[in-house]
Design a protein around this ligand. Sequence first.
Ligand SMILES: Cc1cc2nc3c(=O)[nH]c(=O)nc-3n(C[C@H](O)[C@H](O)[C@H](O)COP(=O)(O)OP(=O)(O)OC[C@H]3O[C@@H](n4cnc5c(N)ncnc54)[C@H](O)[C@@H]3O)c2cc1C
Length: 476
Amino acid sequence: MTGNRPAVDCDVLVVGGGLAGLACAAALGARGLRVTLLESRNRLGGRASSFRDAQTGEWLDNCQHVSLGCCTNFTRFCQAVGIDRFFHREDELIFIGPQGTRHVFAASSLPAPLHLAPAFAGLSYLSWSDRWHLSRGLRLLAGTRPEHLEGIPFDRWLAGQRQPPQVIELFWHVVLVSALSETVDRLDAAHARKVFVDAFLTNRAGWEVWLPTVPLERLYGEELQGWLQQHGVTVRLNAGVRGIASVEGKPVVTLRDGTTQSAARLVLAVPSHLVPEMAPDLATQWGAPEGPGQIETAPISSVHLWYDREITPDRHVTFVGQTSQWLFNRERIQGRPASSGSAAPGWYGQVVISASHQAASRPAQETIETVTGELARLLPGAREARLVRARMVTEHRAVIAVLPGADRYRPGVRTEVPGLYLAGDWVQTGWPSTMEGAVRSGWLAAEAVLADAGRGDSLVVPDLPVSRLSKWLLRL
Ligand SMILES: Cc1cc2nc3c(=O)[nH]c(=O)nc-3n(C[C@H](O)[C@H](O)[C@H](O)COP(=O)(O)OP(=O)(O)OC[C@H]3O[C@@H](n4cnc5c(N)ncnc54)[C@H](O)[C@@H]3O)c2cc1C
């Protein structure tokens, strides 16, 4: 790094082309700022991206990404950049109970928070007494202030409310492991409450599942990249940043190829574990042992499966009490009849295993056999079909782990270093590590940049409104 003051190359440098950096760059570019986005890889999307399958040449998502109706900022972002047309709203979920019973989970016409009561009542793999305990547990959880839950392991809270073990295993665990990629013994109870309140109890739309109907590469690599370029954002791929320093109050980056680039302001939107090395100036702000280096992460695995024919007509299935948690019928989701068009053999689907600590630590073949064995036991179509090919992909640092008390390590978007801001699903947004959390963080950083440039634009949109009945019944 030279000590001479370099010319400022643009108004804002955004380092990292995941959803946080993309949302930030899009917001600032749309407001007329000169923005350059630096991404180390050869494509955008970060942890929400695709890879080219060597055998078929197709784009496969690293893992199926799901958004919910309560993710208001992610939804608004997709609308703002014109990619919302590539999402489909699923109006029912299919649960397969431990013994293979099929349950359709859909909203009734009742207002929130009662809209899902008939669906919960229909989960007949739980006894009536278990369903009563579950409904009581949901009411108690909603009725507890989040500040009284912070730092408490959720399994301890559940035990305190006398939730039976089978209700914990077959309900609380099933929902939370998918939503937060952690097991109930490792989860902060305040984050667990947020999932149930936001998705199930506040508003009729909160639980709705939104699935992309095209590969993530098309969404972020093609459509969004085109949108950014049309809006004056310079996108530089293969532009890995080695370090960031402050020169006379202005952030300057050194790229891996040795060149430098400077800006009036810089938003660092890379995963938390990379920050201490890239921006050593921040160490004084955080000091040991605080700081993002303390943030733990959790793995998510996806098992990509090709069968010689379709194994279920359902677009997606949630398994209760299995290693396999979700099955996504990619052919149906992408609107592609089985065996048509693609070079892939027959039918392609994905099984997702969140909090896959165990699966990630043993040979992939063992997990593939477990998963295909479960499918054959639970889905008649999978018994008749022949498995042609299977491949497991594990993202070891998929999401940050919302362990009890871990939020204290999550910094805000502002830093003490002049002109340097942070974004990413790990900064303090009130949200877990999700696409919603990433977009929120990007917009919070963009709001801070705009405010410091003397502009008062507000970007973050509010949560879904709380229904009148939820306010009255649950005091939400
Ligand atoms: C397997 C898996 C499944 C998931 N499922 C869901 C889901 O269903 N729903 C949901 O809401 N969320 C899901 N998530 C979480 C979601 O993908 C993340 O929360 C979100 O994408 C994080 O975005 P981000 O921008 O904060 O970080 P990232 O996506 O990690 O982006 C950071 C970017 O910085 C770049 N970078 C790193 N170092 C440098 C450098 N030196 N110079 C320049 N650039 C650099 C990286 O290449 C990357 O593109 C899942 C994540 C995974 C991994």
